[in-house]
Design a protein around this ligand. Sequence first.
Ligand code: AP5
Ligand code: MG
Length: 203
Amino acid sequence: MTIRLVLLGRQGSGKGTQGARLAAHYGIAHISTGEMLRNAIKHGTPVGKVVKEVIDKGGLVEDDLMSSLVKGRLGEADARTRGYLLDGYPRTLTQAQALDDIARARPINVVVDLEVPREVVAARISARREAEHRVDDSPEAVEHRLSLYDERTAPLIAHYRQLGVLSVVDGVGTPDEVFTRLVAAIQTATGVTGPGGDGQSRR
Ligand code: AP5
Ligand code: MG
């Protein structure tokens, strides 16, 4: 079967780190909306100009704009045929509803919540600040981003639990330990163990 996965988790929980590894492991597209937006800003595109200020302050970009960007990306050949991992979308219930529509023909088959406490992610992000110089890694923007997560994104955990597609994975530990847990959880949820959708399909 083809994996279509949503990776949920606080800012700094390791969505980017693990998203890249999982996408390589399964041979699927890693779609990070944060990376898409940072690239748009870097290249000075019309979208980049609209979103720069919101992102730098740690706010959330408008739902309609995000959903249309994701709709376009999921319509590309690689995502349609090989499957994908969404990192950073959906982040609001409105986006989750939009994704239900976008993916109606080929639904999401697993949603993973990468669970890492607030104190741990705050420490990881301040360590990253030196290396990557993300404007939204300033202490003020990080505080705002983490509050928005609790208010707007955390409710998606209950939403996907109710739909019966949620797996919760402990994201504290070394990147290798977390990766091993993720692969095990994805196998339990989908029956897929590696590239090409081998293993028994259960959904
Ligand atoms: P986005 O780029 O998605 O940022 P984020 O959600 O804030 O998450 P991060 O990228 O900070 O963390 P991560 O979970 O990817 O962790 P990482 O692997 O880097 O979004 C940026 C902005 O774009 C948003 O604030 C918003 O403005 C906008 N946006 C994007 N999508 C949107 C949407 N759908 N709707 C509205 N607006 C949207 O890890 C963090 C650090 O920890 C790294 O340095 C890493 O090396 C380290 N690390 C990772 N794993 C471990 C480990 N196991 N142990 C120790 N360190 C680790
Ligand atoms: Mg990221």
